[in-house]
Write a protein that binds this ligand. Sequence first.
Ligand code: AMP
Length: 417
Amino acid sequence: MIQLIRGFKDILPGETELWQHIEKIAKEIFETFGFQEIRLPVLERSELFARSIGADTDIVEKEMYTFPDRKGDLLTMRPEATASVVRAYIQHKLYANDSVRKFYTIGPMFRRERPQKGRYRQFYQINAEVFGIASPLIDAQLIFMLSTIFSKLGVADIATHINSLGCPVCRPDFKKALLTLLASISDKLCSDCLRRHKKNPLRVLDCKVPSCKDAISEAPAIIDYLCPECKDHFNTIKATLDTLAIPYLVDKNLVRGLDYYTRTTFEMQTGSLGAQSAVAGGGRYDGLVKALGGPDHPATGFAIGLDRLAEIISAESNDLSRKPEIFIAPLGNQSKTKALEWACLLGLEGIRTELNLTDRSLKSQMKRANKLGATHVIIAGDNELEQGSVIMRNMLTKEQVPIPVQGLVANIKQILK
Ligand code: AMP
């Protein structure tokens, strides 16, 4: 038997209802806030990710599914969506008619990480990206939207961590201070950090290896090194979150695993997922559009991990299954044909209908109707049909009433009202 690839998973009926529900809530929020959907390919040129995410990141160094296609072009299954959204923004000049654009996209991402609960090699993200606004107010609004999505979904155990990564003006001073610390603790760093820390010292702050985490607890805080503009930017976000009544924690080590962030970074973390505590993350990436060959436009955004979000919500167990309103139990060949016609017509009216088409006794059909949670059952024997009526049973009250075959669909609609 051929099995799933390790780290990949099927999302089965029973789970998909929750995924659809999450997507629906997110889309409603996005559309209310003026975001438009963008759909992008899962395959891109590898160069796009190396240039945006950064060559010395875990994602690019170790996790991408990269392969030459049959002509030898180096392609990568996208590990995240922002780089592709930026590529599309530049390629189609999406800024041409309006200097402010807001997009959302939902889809699979691929990273060859070590699989564990909450960490998969194909996982899904809901992304939101805003182009053309440098103001910190929009960063605060993005955090507000995220927080609204979580509260609408009834997720309570969630904390918002925020930080600022400064800008090309102030980050070098911080890097210098960090390098001094790293030199003094180099015997405690993991081999990745040792190899990378000179080129990209911020990555050490993001390392998940416990000994590195301990060693950098004394690291300087980047927010103590911010230039006046970055400080103002960060203070405005904090003040706006206060006004919007969004609680947050300033987390000095929150640098996130991608190189393109400038100034704002944020992450929503939960205690209910074990080691994989980040459910969503984002930040500002003002230099990325230009770095990828586009105009110098500021940008900011976030990604929600759909798999992790679904796991938290299902842990709080919600019944979102859609039960049939009508179960038709035909008894006899003639009634089966008639029943199919009714099922189709009821379906057209938007009434959830399940029809039994196998040869089963009435008792066994009733059992199945019960199991599916149908609210009403239509019992249609050939004899009853000949007499021009069928029986409708209310599964809750057990009450049974005859209803005429003539105008059956309209009658049922009336009863269900
Ligand atoms: P990132 O693109 O790394 O900032 O991740 C954004 C969000 O995607 C995280 O907060 C997670 O919820 C989710 N995520 C990232 N990597 C994985 C993974 N391998 N499996 C499941 N979810 C993931």
